[in-house]
Design a protein around this ligand. Structure first.
Ligand code: ADP
Ligand code: MG
Length: 162
């Protein structure tokens, strides 16, 4: 599967992420790929809203990890400033997942060697207009594969066929 959606505003990206959050389960990992300003943090904001997080979700660029309590505990990680894979190991991802949390990792593709090979990849790229983004979503590994059709369904308002 590689679902490609298109959004035309930051709110649409948040709404799309909220739709994806309806499929979230304890122990899920979402890897957010895309250049600076592509909308990775915006995606987490919508995802958190969907899980009932009341707090304002902000970029954890300097603090590395923010934790939010919603229907599930959200660990929002940004590894942009991580120096080494050892630091990524020190984040303690297995513990976050064992606790039934959901982990969303901005720039996650930079630490793939320390991630479980089982995640939803969300790749945001810039479209033609300033506010246009393409959101490519792909299941990697067994956790999300059975939910592929459901993912395609919930994001269909933002895909060509939807
Ligand atoms: P990242 O975390 O990938 O660096 P952010 O989510 O922090 O990106 O920022 C995205 C920026 O792009 C915000 O200023 C947002 O308002 C703007 N933007 C404009 N259009 C969109 C869109 N369609 N989706 C997401 N963000 C958008
Ligand atoms: Mg960000």
């Amino acid at each position: 599967m590689n679902v490609v959606a298109t959004t035309a505003s930051v709110d649409q990206t948040r709404d799309l992420a909220e739709a994806v959050s309806s499929l979230a389960r304890p122990g899920d990992v979402i890897v957010l790929a895309g250049d600076l300003g592509a909308g990775k943090t915006a995606f987490v904001q919508g995802f958190g809203r969907g899980l009932g997080v009341p707090d304002r979700i902000t970029s954890p660029t300097f603090t590395l990890v923010h934790v939010y309590e919603g229907r599930l505990t959200i660990h929002h990680i940004d590894v942009y400033r991580l120096g080494t894979l050892g630091e990524a190991i020190d984040l303690g991802l297995p513990e976050m997942l064992d606790d039934g949390g959901v982990v969303l990792i901005e720039w996650g593709e930079a630490i793939l060697p320390v991630l479980p090979h089982d995640y939803l990849e969300v790749r945001l790229t810039f479209g033609p207009g300033d506010d246009d983004r393409h959101v490519a979503i792909r299941a990697v590994g067994p956790a999300w594969a059975p939910r592929e059709d459901a993912v395609a369904g919930v994001v269909s308002p933002w895909t060509a066929g939807g």
